[in-house]
Design a binder for this molecule. Structure first.
Ligand code: FES
Ligand code: FES
Length: 160
């Protein structure tokens, strides 16, 4: 519902819990997650749709949250890196990243992981090429790609 010239009430679910925010129509999902909802696991790097560090899932699909307006997420399900572990256990993709040493600075890591989580829901036994395609929109300045690909393949084996 619009709240005047500058703001609208927006309702969606974040990591399975209902959330309501009031935001200007131009406010991005990324800023809403990080600054309004204090979910800072999703990283802001380029803020212009080129790096993938801000990747979250909207209705199960990976999106760049810096290029997604919060107002367009009304009624949708948002998943962030904070929501994928269960009962204190890391998600298999998180565990695989640790075991494969698939990060250095870690800034790209939440986005990489969310892209691979989405992949594994559609393809539980991905090949290296499947993982490469899934993270094609996630840049890693540290060049951890070989181990990111290994982690994605190994996470598929863990899930099955
Ligand atoms: S911060 Fe969104 S694509 Fe780089
Ligand atoms: S681990 Fe540093 S950018 Fe990927």
């Amino acid at each position: 519902m619009l709240r005047g010239p500058g703001e609208a009430d927006i309702a969606f679910t974040v990591n399975g819990a209902p959330a309501k925010v009031r935001a200007a129509p131009r406010r991005t999902l990324l800023d809403t997650l990080r600054e309004t909802l204090a979910l800072t696991g999703t990283k802001k790097v380029c803020d212009e749709g080129t790096c993938g560090a801000c990747t979250v899932l909207v209705d199960g699909r990976p999106v760049y949250s810096c290029m997604t307006l919060a107002i367009t997420c009304e009624g949708k399900s948002i998943e962030t890196i904070e929501g994928i572990s269960k009962d204190g256990e890391l998600h298999p993709v998180q565990r695989a990243f640790i075991d494969a040493d698939a990060f250095q600075c870690g800034f790209c890591t939440p986005g990489q992981i969310m892209s691979i989580v989405a992949l594994l829901r559609e393809n539980s036994a991905p090949t290296e090429d499947d993982v490469r395609r899934a993270v094609a929109g996630n840049l890693c300045r540290c060049g951890a790609y070989p181990n990111i690909v290994k982690a994605g393949v190994s996470a598929g084996k863990r899930k099955s």
